[in-house]
Design a protein around this ligand. Structure first.
Ligand code: UD1
Ligand code: UDP
Length: 366
């Protein structure tokens, strides 16, 4: 039997690959192996648990404060040994993380074909997102098959010289994940938001914003909450110590801002679905709020999810305090027409069947 190895290491990779792992296993045509690099720990484990996926291998590479080169080297070395022993027919990676890049490079060294899930997203600015834009472009060079979520993503790949026959437009598996989580009956965390209040969900974790920009984002959130007494903000804090330091400094003492440990994905998706407004620099959350039709301020100057801007749900505010505050004030104003215009779900990122399409393509390929 041919074997497929799925490599993942961070929270978003788990969320976007678990639906695909389940589909691969369900077809029963391949031996499916899951390798976790453990680039994240708590945040990864809770996502895997929600989907009931147990990795066959765990490299456990996470160390607090390690450099990008160190984590890349540790993953390369660990994956190298596993691929040498297992020799799968195909390695699947997702997105733009160090895990995805190092696993693709190692598979390439072993001459094992790489399939890239969520291929073709681009800002074409190497410092935004850093280091993700480099990872994406490098993974495209290393991959034999590209699962592009959208037509625009496919166009980027074709423009860069990838063969059309190697690209499949599949939608994004994050929508498959949303379908699963929002229909889960098992207990998830409930949020006691008073009826009369509007909920703002806020997240920040991008490396290029560390330091003054991330503090400015938190200050912007605080001033929005202070300006509108009916707002409650929930702010799940990424485990990166840089994020936690800035939040502790700026947000303390405001009772209508609740900083919480990152909820696992079922609880988080239920939280998002109740939000009036989302403010985020996350990639995956942009796709989710577009699918749910929840107006979203993106705290960046560029996004590789332009489809969400065109759909009207996402608005770029830049990462500066004043830009975020100004847009937030307008969208939160009573009877804001701008807000109403943004509030419509869109299927630009997928219809919930991306995993099925990806496995269909793999069946053709193997
Ligand atoms: C990584 C990805 C980024 C992705 C993000 C998703 C890279 C270079 N970056 O960024 O593209 O958007 O994951 O969240 O791959 N930590 C913990 N526990 C955890 C997770 C993280 O303590 O469960 C702390 C550790 O101190 C760790 C630090 O966060 O060293 C940074 O983690 P790392 O994976 O290097 O980068 P992220 O900022 O999470
Ligand atoms: N997420 C979660 N709990 C949280 C915050 C985010 O489960 O407290 C999920 C979110 O729904 C999305 C994914 O994590 O599916 C996004 O991960 P992150 O923002 O860390 O990374 P990015 O998508 O920016 O790479």
């Amino acid at each position: 039997m041919e074997s497929v190895m799925v490599v993942l290491g961070t929270r978003p990779e788990a969320i976007k690959l678990c639906p695909l792992i389940k589909e691969l296993k369900q077809r029963g045509k391949y031996e499916v192996r899951v390798c976790s690099t453990g680039q994240h720990r708590a945040m990864l484990d809770s996502a895997l648990e929600a989907f009931d996926v147990k990795p066959d291998f765990d490299l456990d590479v996470m160390r607090t404060g390690q450099t990008l080169s160190t984590v890349t080297a540790r993953i390369l070395k660990g994956i190298d040994e596993i691929l040498e022993a297992e020799r799968p027919s195909l390695v699947l990676v997702q997105g733009d993380t160090t895990t995805a890049f190092a696993a693709a490079l190692s598979a390439f060294h072993h001459r094992i074909p790489v399939g890239h899930v969520e291929a073709g997203l681009r800002t074409y600015h190497m410092d935004s997102l850093f280091p993700e834009e480099f990872h994406r472009q490098a993974i495209s060079l290393l991959s034999s098959v590209h699962f592009a979520p959208t037509v625009s993503a496919k166009k980027n790949l074709v423009k860069e010289g990838r063969a059309e026959s190697s690209i499949f437009i599949t939608g994004n598996t994050v929508v498959d994940a949303l379908r699963f989580t929002l229909t889960q009956k098992k207990p998830y965390r409930r949020w006691s938001i008073p009826e009369a209040c509007r909920l703002v969900v806020f997240t920040a974790h991008r490396r290029e914003s560390f330091g003054e920009p991330i503090r400015g984002m938190f200050r912007a959130l605080r001033s929005l909450v202070e300006a509108y007494p009916d707002i409650i903000a929930i702010c799940p804090l990424h485990h990166n110590p840089e994020v936690r330091r800035a939040a502790a400094e700026i947000l303390k003492g405001e009772p209508r801002i609740r900083t919480v440990e990152p909820p696992e994905i079922v609880s988080f998706h239920h939280l998002l679905s109740k939000a009036y407004l989302v403010i985020t620099d996350s990639g995956g959350i942009q796709e989710e709020t577009v699918a749910l039709g929840i107006p979203t301020i993106v705290t960046r100057y560029s996004t590789e999810r332009q489809e969400g801007i065109r759909a009207g749900v996402l608005r770029l505010a830049g990462s500066g305090e004043e830009g975020i505050r100004e847009l937030g004030m307008r969208l939160l104003a009573p009877k804001s027409e701008e807000y109403e215009f943004m509030k419509k779900p869109s299927a630009v990122f997928g219809d919930g069947n991306a995993s099925v399409r990806i496995v269909d393509a793999i069946e053709k390929m193997l």
